[in-house]
Design a protein around this ligand. Structure first.
Ligand code: 5GP
Ligand code: ZN
Length: 112
């Protein structure tokens, strides 16, 4: 059993509210939403952060496309949304399995 939280969610060992799935990604709602829409999009395989994921450009593109589809499905296609990859300590990354935050549904300010 992996000790990575998001690997365990991908494996179905920890419940999450799934909103979208593609061949190599999963999207589920953040447990502590910071905006009306707050969805996390993760690669099913483990990469510690987006820098590591960037070694797989096709997978990174799939993840960004899925994030956009999540936003569109949430009705944010017109009004917009924010895509965030926290990377490392100063950004406050707490889960070291690469993930994009899809945030929207309210005015987010210049920086979140
Ligand atoms: P980070 O701070 O690493 O960029 O983002 C980690 C995110 O994972 C946080 O927004 C946090 O609320 C979310 N999170 C932490 N534990 C869980 C969990 O068990 N389930 C879900 N769905 N989200 C979680
Ligand atoms: Zn993982």
């Amino acid at each position: 059993m992996s000790d990575c939280l998001f690997c365990r969610i991908v494996a179905g060992e920890i419940p999450a509210t799934l909103v979208r799935e593609s061949e190599r990604t999963m999207a589920f709602r953040d447990i502590a939403p910071q905006a009306p829409t707050h969805v996390l999009v993760v690669p099913k395989d483990h990469y510690p952060d987006v820098a590591a994921l960037s070694a797989q450009p096709a997978l990174l593109a799939e993840l960004v496309e899925q994030a956009h589809q999540v936003a569109a499905d949430e009705g944010l296609g017109e009004r917009g949304y924010r895509l965030v990859f926290n990377t490392g300590a100063d950004a406050g990354q707490t889960v070291f399995h690469a993930h994009a935050h899809v945030l929207g549904g309210r005015a987010l300010g210049h920086l979140a």
